[in-house]
Structures are given as structure tokens and as C-alpha cells.
Write a protein of this length. Sequence first.
Length: 340
Amino acid sequence: MKTYRDDILQIFSEDLPLGDLTGANILITGATGLIGSTLVEVLMSNPHRDYSVYAAGRNMERARRRFAEYAAVDSFHIMSYDVMSPLQSTVRFDYIVHAASNASPNTFVHSPVEIVKANILGVSNLVEYGLHHGMKRFLYVSSGEVYGEGDGRIITEDYSGYVDCLSPRSCYPSSKRAAETLCASYASEYGADCVIVRPCHVYGPHFTESDNRVYAQFIRNILKGEDIVLKSSGQQLRSWCYVVDCVSALLHVLLKGTSGEAYNIADPSSVLTIRQLAEMLSEIGNRKVVMEVPSEAEKSGYNPVSKSVFSVDKLEALGWKVSEDMSDKMRRTVECLRNS
């Protein structure tokens, strides 16, 4: 059976102009998060690597543990950095991939002000640094939550649904929207080369210990030999994407995307409800799905959107594609965690 590592290496058989990265310094913020850490792993696994990777994050202990295998590699660097502050460095970062953002529903409830500030200031601080230090391109990892509640259509990048701006839970989608507009504004006023990606619900093995999104909770349940706990009817319909496929999409946009454009990231074959996701993982873990009444605090952090299904026509036009069934990728995710 294929492994997570096999998936990482498969990216290098894709039609990507990785030669464009030759000699480049690549900064990745949020480098210990699910998407950021997988991007670091992919870039460091390139058999023809001829660039330097700078992995930036706030938790140095987690970063050293996650990237221990690269500790002695001259072209790899760990940076302590909080995007709330201006970046202090002398390095010219040719490419900046900004993937730092707290996406935990618990944090949306308890620290909405900090969520808003981090999402907006992060873009400002990094683009300002890039503009003054020869940056070639800025890739902003936004979120599919910017679309809010739609009208049932398959969501394309030119669509804008409803977000209740007076709900503290909207700290995340509203500030992600504002950060995207800030990218567009830097491009218009100062000529910054910015591209944006909007990932759907992404799953994979290297989520953090504080990640309490549903897929992470379900996986923790089965790894502990517990039944999967579902705290709603689970009827919300979502697009999903395996993190390695998501990182492949990031590289396609970074290297092939059109400046000023946004691109959805989703696996067209992976559209299912929260309930169906729970049932998939219960089968993988040979457990049951049980219902539990959520607390009021838990409910206040829930994503209120009932249907979020993305079109990826723009992304596929860049040559990106996915294969294999979601259940196979989810099995590899669980196996990677069991063996780690």
C-alpha cells in the first residue's frame, strides 16, 4: 500500500517548473501547521533541491521536532517569528508563502480579536518586508471560509456569499477577506506580485495538538481506540482535500498562477458531509459513531455554513489534478500517525 511518503515524492513527477526556484530563498510562515509543514517537507524532499528553505513559526520546540531530519542540512533554516510583528531579517526572500493562521474553532471563540489582527497584520508585515527586499512573489494561503454561506451553487472564485460581520465567529472569514483585499491593494498601489489560494477543508497526518477541527478530533478518537464522537447532525456538506494534494496545488499557483488571482483548492471527488466523514473514519478505525450534545461554547465556534463545495476549474487549468479515493488517503493519514 502507498504511504504518505510516497505521496510526497509523487509531486516531483508532476509537470511543475521547479527549476524556477533555483538559487531562491523561500520563506514559509506557519511552518509547523498542517499545510505549512507539509510544504516544507515537500520542498526538502526534492531530489534536485537547489534552493534554501526558511521555516518560520512561533513554537521552536515543535519546529525542531517536526523538522529534525533537516537539522544538519545547510539549505534549511528554522526561524522564530510571530507574524503580528514586523519581520526582522537581512535575508532576501524571493518567495514568501504565508500559511500562518490559527484555524482552531476554540480560538475563534476565546480570542477573536487576536485572530483578526494576526490575519491582517501578517499580510502587511510580510508584504512590506518583501517589497523592500526584492521579493518575486507572495503567496497568501487564505481560506474557503471567505465565501461564507452560499446559495447552494458550486462556488467559483468570483462568488461572494454571506458572512455576518457582527458575529465574533466571523473573526476568521472576515479577516481572511480583508487580508485578501490587502494583497490586491498592495498589488495595485505598490506593484507587489501576489497570488492567493483558498483551500477547502484539508486533512492530513501532521495537524497540531491544539487543532480541534472535526477531522482531527475524529482521528484522535480512533487512534485512542474510542468511538467517534459526533456533536451535531453532521449534515453540513463540504469539499475536502488531502494535504499533499493541497501542497501540490500551492506549488502550481506559486509557479504558474497569474498575479492578482485567487484559486480554490479542493478535491472534486471528495465532497461529503461531516456525518459521512465520521462514518468513513469509523470504518477505518473499526469503531462506532456516537452522538454527544455539544456545550454552548463548542457550538459558538462551529462553522455555520451548510454547504461549501468548490469549483477547481481555474486550478486545473494550471495542470493540477488529483487521483485516488479519499478513503485511501485517509487510511494513509491514519497509518502515518500510528507509525509516528
